[in-house]
Every structure is written in C-alpha cells, then in structure tokens.
Ligand binder design. Structure first.
Ligand code: FM0
Length: 332
C-alpha cells in the first residue's frame, strides 16, 4: 500500500489561460499569470492498494459518479504509466470553501492530487516536475504548486510547459481579492469545454492571442514595480478579452449573468469614488475584485447595500502546496 496526502490552494489568473494547443498533454496556447489565495483550498489523500478493484473518488465524503471520477482516473492512469504501477487507488478530497457557492476549483483539486500521488509513491519531484505533473490533471493546477504570484510558461512540450514563482518582494501580501458570489442557478459550461469550443470556432480567438503576451509582459512589469493600478488595469482588460472570445464561438455562449454585469458596474463606480479596484471572471458568473489590502473595508462598505455578507468573501495571498503527514488510521 502507498498513501500520501497534500493541501493545495486555489489560484485566480490575472492573465488568463484560455485555449490548448495539445489537448492530451495540456499544453496551452498562451502563457498565464495568477495569484494563489489563502481562502480556498483542497486537501486530497490517495491510497494505492492491492485490495482495490477500481479507482474511486470521494469529494467532501461523497462518492462521485463515473463522470466525475473519469478525470481523476485519467490522471491516476498517467501516474501509473509513468511509475510502471498497476494498483488501483482511492482518492479522498475535501474542499475548504467558506460556502457551497460553486467555488470548488480544479486548480487546487488537481494540484493536491498530484502532490498526494508524488508523496505516496515517494517520487521526490522538484517543484518544476510537480508543476508539470499537476498540469496534466488540469492546466491551471500547475500554478497552484506555488504561493503568491505564479507564471505558467506555455512552453512547447511536456518538458517545457510548467509554472514558476514570480519574484515579487512579497508585494502580494499587500493585496487582496474580494469574491462576489453570484448564484444564478445556471449550469456553467466547464472551462475545458468552453475553451475548446472557443479555440475551434470563435473568430475572436485570434484577437485574444494577439494581445495576451503583451498583457503578460505588462503584468510582470507592474509586479516588479509594485504598480497596483497598472496590474489592475491589465487584469481587467485581459479578463474582458478572454470573455469576449466566447461571444463569437459557435454556438455562442457567455459566463456572465446580469448580476456579474452589476458587479462590474459597481467596480467602475467605486473607482470613480477613488477606490482603486479591478474585476476579473473565470468560467462562471462569480466576479473577483483585485484590490489593495488597505482598501478592503472601504470596498466592502461600498458593496454592502448590494450584496449580503455571505456573498462577499475576502481572500489574501496564499502559500504553495504542502504535504500532510498521513496517519495510519486514515490510510484505507
Ligand atoms: O485559470 O481543461 O485549468 O487561467 O480559469 O483543466 O486545463 O480548469 F476560465 C478561465 C482554467 C481556465 C483561466 O481552465 O482547464 C485560468 C480559467 P483544463 P482549467
């Protein structure tokens, strides 16, 4: 029996990963940049054991169906192939999110699974190797190996596509991200399906690719210079362009709901009142607002009349992945 456990934190991209050039290896069309956060994380344990007759996946204590287990099983299969192993595994994942608001993240989940497998099988991976492994589970997971700012360099092969820390002189500790939780009851198109459809069919996709490397350079320079407004502006612009591509997909789609637009409008209004803050969105209607830590109280106050306290969650910069010792009783 081989057992391991790890904890990884969610990351939110400021410069988005949107589109693959290799579906199998999960090689992205563009490089991306993210901030790892402290408020949401996943703890995953894995046990490879001879007594198991299939892979199984439990999320927050509940056994997941075939479809949800498939992505996990595919990842386990990769690890088994790489290690020449033939044991099935039981994967137990716990998502730590303040509310059940659709914030479960494949980034933290697959990063934690990669870490747990590496620990269980004593792979002794470097951070780069672990990032490459996590990438095979979910692209954005390769950035969750690192705390603070992280850049996924797209590379052009399995060997060269991985994330690394962006040196920042701990500037991220002065920043915050305010999540505005919107539940519109609509089932999202997964980021995997959404980006695939967009790359294949959207006539706006080439425009995305034209701008993204320049956005990345702007963001990295802003981090180096601790220039919050430049970082915020490029974050907001890049997110909007990513979402723009979905409108020209065939069939078209959007992750925005009326409430998302309301938040965008409020962010612009807050700026007019001198509160420096910028929004970004991912493959769902929730809006994330980047701001400086010192402005959290004033922005929360500004939004208070529009959203309940439970809808507003503040996150700060979080750490990289870490291994959790497995207790004997937990093993199977
Ligand atoms: O995080 O198909 O990693 O850069 O969140 O598993 O590789 O779930 F929605 C925008 C994340 C995409 C931007 O995609 O896809 C970002 C997104 P996978 P992911």
């Amino acid at each position: 029996m081989y057992a391991g456990k790890a904890r990884a934190y969610t990351n939110i991209a400021l410069i988005k990963y949107w589109g693959k050039k290799d579906e199998q290896l999960i090689l992205p069309m563009n490089s991306s940049l993210s901030l790892t956060l402290d408020a949401f994380y996943t703890e995953t344990s894995v046990v490879f054991d001879e007594s198991l007759t299939e892979d199984s996946f439990f999320l927050d204590g509940e056994k997941q169906d075939f479809k949800q287990t498939a992505k996990i099983s595919k990842f386990l299969e990769l690890v088994r192939q790489q290690q020449n192993l033939s044991l099935f595994a039981k994967v137990d994942s716990q998502n730590f999110v303040p509310t059940a608001a659709g914030l479960a993240s494949s980034a933290s989940g697959l990063a934690a699974l990669a870490g747990a497998c590496s620990e269980a099988l004593n792979l002794q991976l470097t951070e780069t190797e672990l990032s490459r492994l996590a990438r095979r589970g979910s692209g954005s997971a390769c950035r969750s190996i690192f705390g603070g700012f992280s850049e996924w360099q797209k590379g052009d092969s399995d060997q060269t596509s991985f994330a690394k820390t962006i040196p920042s002189d701990a500037w991220e500790n002065e920043l915050a991200m305010l999540f505005v939780l919107i539940d519109d009851g609509v089932k999202d198109i997964s980021s995997r399906d959404g980006m695939k459809r967009t790359v294949k069919t959207s006539s706006f996709y080439s425009g995305w690719l034209e701008n993204v490397e320049a956005d990345l350079a702007t963001a990295k320079k802003a981090i180096k210079e601790k220039d919050f407004d430049t970082l915020g502006q490029v974050t907001e612009a890049n997110g909007l362009r990513m979402h723009g591509t979905t409108l020209a997909a065939v069939p078209p789609f959007t992750y925005w709901s009326p409430e998302s637009l309301k938040v965008m409008q409020l962010v612009r209004a807050a700026r007019q009142q001198g509160i420096s803050c910028y929004f970004t969105m991912d493959a769902g209607p929730n809006v994330k607002i980047l701001l400086e830590k010192k402005n959290v109280p004033v922005l929360k106050n500004f939004l208070a009349g529009h959203f309940s306290e439970q809808q507003l969650i503040t996150a700060y910069a979080g750490p990289g992945i870490n291994v959790i010792p497995v207790e004997r009783s937990e093993k199977i």
